[in-house]
Design a protein around this ligand. Structure first.
Ligand code: ZN
Length: 243
């Protein structure tokens, strides 16, 4: 396996290698064992995933939210049992139909064939995405996933390598310049408490820096940026303030 293929497959090897065919996973592991450069990228990817996971776990929830939620649920449940089933035979029938549908769906999930991975399509997409403009990025998320995004305006898209939704349906962009790279997650106020996240200070360790950045004009979008290298400045458009 060559380095180019290894790096493409890396995006599928996280966080679990199970998405890859066994032979691909083995070839990748073998390459990583032999190739210091790819192994260091793989290591950085794992760290980035872990940092994102931690950042999301730390999103604050108001202290009484849980008790209010539980109270509301138990109220709804009691109300539901009072009405059910004599007064509303049609609801009973609908509930039974839903149950049948749910069982059917879980059976379908358990017997459907495991999805394959098309290496050529992945390669073609990577080639197509490299250096795409912010407009192309936003259109791609809209057309493919129906997700409205605001791509970071301060970045120089000449260094854009690739982009996609990650597993948590958060749009993610990867910029690469020389030996350094910057991962950018686009966080929307629809999914995250952006006003408290943006208050979090920059954190740096082991050559990795993580920081949140506001959009210059759009208060409902912030960026979680994880990058390697001495500063983010090299990834930004000339004349943008280096952070
Ligand atoms: Zn390699």
């Amino acid at each position: 396996m060559d380095c180019r293929t290894a790096r493409l497959l890396l995006s599928f090897a996280r966080p679990l290698v199970s998405e890859l065919e066994t032979s691909d996973a083995e070839a990748l592991e073998k390459h990583l064992a032999d190739c210091l450069e790819c192994e260091s990228i793989a290591h950085a990817e794992r760290q980035a995933d872990e940092r994102l996971r931690l950042a999301m776990r730390d999103v604050p929830i108001s202290p009484d939210f849980r008790s209010r939620l539980l109270g509301r649920l138990s109220y709804e449940r009691r109300a539901w049992y009072r009405r059910w089933p004599i007064r509303h035979p049609r609801i009973t029938a609908a509930a039974a139909a839903l149950l049948v549908a749910a069982v059917g769906f879980s059976v379908y999930l358990s017997i459907r064939p495991a999805p394959g991975i098309d290496a050529v399509a992945i390669r073609d997409r990577a080639v197509e995405q490299r250096g795409a403009s912010s407009d192309v990025v936003e259109k791609w998320f809209r057309d493919k996933y129906g997700v409205q995004t605001v791509a970071p305006p301060t970045f120089d898209y000449a260094y854009l390598d690739s982009f996609d939704l990650n597993g948590d349906r958060v749009p993610q962009l990867l910029f690469i310049r020389g030996n350094y790279r910057a991962h950018v997650w686009i966080l929307s106020s629809k999914q995250f408490d952006v006003s408290s996240l943006i208050e979090q200070p920059r954190t740096e360790s082991g050559g990795h820096t993580v920081e949140f950045q506001a959009h210059p004009a759009n208060p409902s979008t912030i960026y979680l940026i994880e990058y390697t290298g001495p500063s983010l400045a090299g990834f930004l458009v000339e004349g943008q303030p280096a952070t």
